[in-house]
Design a protein around this ligand. Structure first.
Ligand code: AMP
Length: 302
């Protein structure tokens, strides 16, 4: 069943202690789509500027992502730039240039309002809500956000959160949003804001799932080398939501299906840091993905 995603389609300038890459393909919707398409059809909604390279749009469509909802507008493509610390975990955002996202009013291509799965990828919460309100009766709505929106657009975020089923965010963001220091307390307080289920991503320490009746901790795959972790969170979301769509989950499904989806998300996310930009996602085989799920299962077996 199809997944509709709205999020950033971006150019990222990334600096690591070893290398700097300018204006490479990034954005929450790009990473998400290239991961989720392994599991289910993906319809992407977003905006790019006049500077956006046709080959980058072609890359998304060549992998099967339906890009009919990505419009080109006068102005510059959303540009994010960041610098990683020596640990390759901490990063400083150097610039967030909204460009064409400043005046973006998402319009869904005909028929897309009936999409069963809706992923509101990291972007201004008012845009997330506009798209959510345009979709008729989704089976499941999942939202991702970040510190910038928690900090600067808290009311808009609170408004959209009341309408979502699952929230994905990282540990720092969970503490910031809830005002609680412990993650169990933070998840409980976030559930009171609307989402029935909460996934807290913890980078190299894995991720936590707080469901209706259970909690699950999944470790991260141990990687020999980290080249560029940008997009790992969105890639996790692609594996997680893709799994749910393929399995036909809805908001009343058992925790079991969400717990399996945590493994797909974690396995998928592990490929992202091994290359710059979306490269590892475009060359990934089903066999390599299945091996990482098996590796996680082995790590979790007593
Ligand atoms: P992640 O590493 O999973 O947090 O995702 C990083 C990606 O999110 C990059 O490709 C950025 O282009 C994108 N991004 C960063 N900041 C924002 C923002 N404020 N709104 C939307 N997308 C963003």
């Amino acid at each position: 069943m199809s997944i509709l995603v709205v999020g950033s389609v971006a150019y990222d300038t990334v600096e690591t202690p070893r290398e700097r890459r300018e204006r490479q393909l990034g954005g929450s919707a790009s990473f998400f789509s290239l991961a989720a398409i392994r599991f289910a059809p993906v319809r992407a909604v977003g905006v790019v500027g006049e500077d956006f390279r046709q080959e980058d749009l072609d890359l998304l469509s060549s992998r099967g992502v339906d890009i009919a909802g990505i419009v080109r507008a006068p102005g510059d493509t959303f540009h994010w730039s960041g610098r990683y610390h020596a640990d390759m975990i901490e990063r400083d955002t150097l610039a967030t240039e909204l460009g064409v996202f400043k005046d973006f009013h998402p319009i869904l291509p005909k028929g897309w309002e009936a999409s069963p799965y809706l992923f509101l990828a990291n972007i201004h919460p008012a845009l997330q809500e506009q798209v959510l309100d345009s979709v008729e009766t989704p089976r499941l709505v999942i939202l991702d956000t970040m510190n910038l929106w928690i900090d600067t657009t808290r009311d808009a975020l609170a408004s959209v959160l009341r309408k979502v089923d699952v929230l994905l965010l990282n540990d720092g963001e969970a503490r910031m949003l809830s005002g609680k220091s412990g993650l169990a307390e933070a998840a409980a307080s976030i559930r009171d804001m609307g989402p029935d289920r909460v996934v807290i991503k913890k980078g190299e320490h894995g991720a936590l799932y707080f469901g209706r009746g259970s909690v699950m901790a999944v470790p991260a795959i141990l990687l020999p080398e980290v080249i560029d972790p940008t997009g790992a969170g969105d890639t996790f979301a692609g594996g997680f939501v893709g799994h749910l769509a393929k399995a036909g989950a809805d908001r009343d499904s058992d925790d079991a299906i969400f717990r399996r989806a945590m493994l797909s998300g974690t396995a998928m996310a592990s490929f992202c840091p091994q290359t710059f930009s979306v490269e590892s996602l475009t060359h990934l085989s089903d066999k390599a993905l299945a091996e990482r799920v098996a590796c996680l299962e082995a790590m979790m077996t007593p």
